[in-house]
Design a protein around this ligand. Structure first.
Ligand code: FAD
Ligand code: NAP
Length: 544
């Protein structure tokens, strides 16, 4: 590994591209841009590669898109060599994979770890960005690629008294590398989203007592995680390119997509018995496939209610105490409009004697005390508190960096009423800056590795086009950006998604504008449009 360059800008030669982040997006961006003969410097806040899978080491962390889909497709050799052990890979396996990728493609030599990018300033005079880090280093580059992640700014709510707690606190999104032993401990978990739902069953097995503080119940589906057999992997690898092609068209998982054709019927068009039989089959199959049983769960409230009722019925069957079952049932938003969780034994966990469920919507958390959590009803004595309270999603990591054009535009101001982008890739006023899986693209609504690969390849093609045509500058046109934002809002408003107070809407962060952030018009439609824009010599962008 080469010695990381440090110090002020005059010590460092400029590079073509600065990439911020070394998760799935940053690693591939580095590889792809190097392949296209660009010089690249990557900055990563963590001490290793992996992004999400570096930080989220909480017990039970694993992907909810099948491993064979939630992995890079760009290298046939890589996908032939790597063997996933389980249907849904665990965090340690995903982190091993990303380390393998970093080694295999010799990526570490161009990454500076333990380094946070604090600002990026574009100078119109010489068409160069100056990127500054928390180490005081500056590097100048023609382009900046923000591969900073949609779910990488962990958020702990402002509970009064946190600092007085004498036990230990953790956040699922920033879990200690050495792990945590909860044996004989009284543990409180705040939050029942995907992270809480994965961690709770495992913490319950270890802890003396577990108290779960739930504000909004989530719909959770059984993952039915399992080991993958040799036969399965051999068969898969024979057809991997085909599955990947399917993923490119469908955006959710080529292999998983193969198992169920795209639905054409409404849930309201079939009789109860037929619908229930299909729901039962897909519930038993596990994973997210039940969400595609019919075509209209996202747009038709009646269709949506059939599935929501079915899942509530399952909760009633699994959880023995009817009052606890009732508390676990979501009733005030359509299923799927907050991210559905995939779990292993989540609802069963509430049948354990050492687990208590507290409804903090009814009895709110008033403060954290020296000895535990005080709600409006009782004080719960605890040795440890786990915040499974999520992220400042989709915009948090971009806005933590002071991104601005020296001639005026500042991202924080431009986005003060919600993010505004062209295709989720670019922002008017901030030339030569690209976002990977940014707001306004399908991003978190898709298999993110596929979306990341699509964006990285789009960006690499774009930079190559500029170089081949002796162009130095590309910027999203204001009109094209406005049209895209209007279109993205229009399609979101055709769905039930805006009805939920979700992180997709920014609702989990007090004061954050309520705007539906990802693009929900369809992955294939999105990719078609973005490809067309490129084919038409970057239609809607201004090039010079
Ligand atoms: P990240 O992996 O978040 O990496 C971004 C990196 O940028 C981080 O390492 C961060 O430290 C670094 N960074 C950020 N800001 C700065 C800065 N200013 N300076 C320096 N470095 C910076 N998606 C799916 O499609 N399927 C799944 O199954 C799935 N499971 C998930 C499970 C968890 C627990 C979480 C939190 C998310 C999950 N996601 C899933 C979403 C997941 O974030 C993406 O799939 C993917 O890993 C994102 O990769 P990325 O490289 O874009 O971002
Ligand atoms: P999340 O979905 O935002 O869940 C946070 C939880 O904390 C919610 O239950 C929320 O309640 C609760 N909460 C937040 N502030 C609170 C407060 N002040 N008081 C009480 N409760 C509070 O976050 P996450 O679980 O970390 O998941 C985020 C996303 O990451 C997921 O949606 C998914 O995309 C991804 N992820 C995926 C997996 C996977 O299975 N592969 C695992 C983890 C994460 P409210 O709902 O009431 O706000």
């Amino acid at each position: 590994m080469s010695e990381p360059a440090a110090g002020p800008s005059h010590d460092r030669p400029p590079v073509d591209v600065v990439v911020v982040g070394a998760g799935f997006a940053g690693l591939y961006a580095l590889h792809k841009l190097r392949e296209n003969d660009f010089t690249v410097r990557v900055f990563e806040a963590g001490s290793g590669v992996g992004g999400t899978w570096f930080w989220n080491r909480y017990p039970g962390a694993r992907c909810d898109v099948e491993s064979v889909d939630y992995s890079y497709a760009f290298s046939e050799d890589l996908q032939q060599d790597w063997a996933w052990s389980q249907r849904y890979a665990s965090q340690p396996e995903l982190l091993r994979y990303l380390n393998h990728v970093a080694d295999r493609f010799h990526l570490r030599e161009d990454i500076e770890f333990d380094t946070v990018v604090t600002s990026a300033v574009f100078n119109e005079n010489d068409t160069m960005w100056t990127v500054t880090t928390d180490k005081g280093a500056e590097v100048r580059s023609r382009f900046v690629v923000m591969a900073t992640g949609s779910l990488s700014t962990a958020r702990t709510p402002d509970f009064e008294g946190v600092e007085s707690f004498t036990g230990v606190t953790y956040h699922t999104g920033n879990w200690p590398v050495e792990g945590v032993d909860f044996t004989n401990k009284r543990v409180g978990v705040i939050g029942t989203g995907s992270s809480g739902t994965q961690a709770i069953p495992i913490i319950a097995e270890q802890a003396k007592a577990l108290t779960v503080f739930q504000r909004t119940p989530n719909f959770s589906l059984p993952a039915r995680n399992a080991d993958l057999s040799e036969e399965f992997l051999t068969e898969l690898k024979e057809r991997y390119p085909q599955y990947r092609k399917h993923e490119r068209e469908d955006g959710h998982g080529g292999y998983a997509g193969r198992l169920r054709p795209t639905p054409t019927q409404s849930a309201t068009e079939v009789d109860d018995a037929e619908r229930t039989a299909l729901f039962e089959e897909l519930w038993d199959r596990g994973g997210g496939s039940i969400m595609t049983a019919y075509k209209d769960f996202a747009t038709n409230a009646d269709a949506n209610a059939t599935l929501a009722d079915f899942v509530r019925g399952k909760i009633r069957q699994i959880v023995k105490d009817p009052a606890v079952a009732e508390r676990l049932m979501p009733t005030d938003y359509p299923i799927g409009t907050k991210r559905v969780c995939l779990d292993t034994n989540y609802y069963d966990t509430y049948n354990r004697d050492n687990v208590t469920l507290v409804d903090v919507r009814k009895t709110p958390i008033e403060r954290i005390t020296e000895g535990g959590i005080q709600t409006s009803e009782a004080e719960y004595p605890l040795d440890a508190i786990v915040f499974a309270t999520g992220f400042d999603a989709m915009t948090g990591s971009f806005l933590k960096v002071d991104i601005r054009n020296a001639s005026g535009t500042r991202m924080r101001e431009e986005w003060s009423a919600g993010p505004r982008t062209y295709l989720g890739l670019s922002v008017h006023g901030l030339p030569n800056l690209f976002l990977v899986a940014g707001p306004g693209s399908p991003s978190v609504l898709s298999n993110m590795v596929g979306s990341i690969e699509f964006h990285v390849e789009w960006i690499a093609d774009c930079l190559t086009y500029l170089r081949d045509n002796n162009l130095e500058r590309i910027e999203a046109g204001l009109g094209a950006q406005n049209d895209w934002v209007d279109h993205a809002n229009e399609v979101a408003n055709l769905t039930l998604f805006p009805r939920a107070a979700s992180w997709y809407m920014g609702a989990n962060v007090p004061g954050k504008p309520r705007v539906f952030m990802p693009y929900i018009g369809g992955v294939s439609r999105y990719r078609q449009r973005a490809s067309e824009v490129a084919e038409k010599h970057y239609e809607g962008f201004e090039l010079s």
